[in-house]
Design a protein. Sequence first.
Length: 157
Amino acid sequence: MTVSSAVALWGRVDLDNLQSERSYSPSRTYANSKLANLHFMLELGRRAPWLTSVAAHPGATHSNLQQHTGLGTKLVMGVIGQQADRGALPSLYAAVGETATGEFYGPCMMVHMNGSPVEVRLPKRANDVAVARALWDASERLTGVRFELDTSVSMSA
């Protein structure tokens, strides 16, 4: 199960600036990383089809992250935010519920910002297979870790 965010909708993957060396904005880099997480989830599902690879986001959840945001975000969180235990529900459902590879879960109410977990739509940019493959390859190169996934393995018997 991969954790993302609703802000992945505004993310962009710049393969030539993955670590924000050329320009850095905390909110833009956060959105980009959450979109990258969705690319990872989908690419893992393609590379390891015997696994269930899903993602979730907590919605607007009160956490210590807000101490680093502006007044506007704090005000919005005061109106639509939910407690951390409620924000954990989409991740819990994605991890143990009846799910299928490629699904994305978030809260059900207030434009998927709070409430019980439901399946939510992936951002269109997350469905770019070429970007997902290039991001996977770049991740292996940058970390020095290569995942040898045996695509002939099947868990159905």
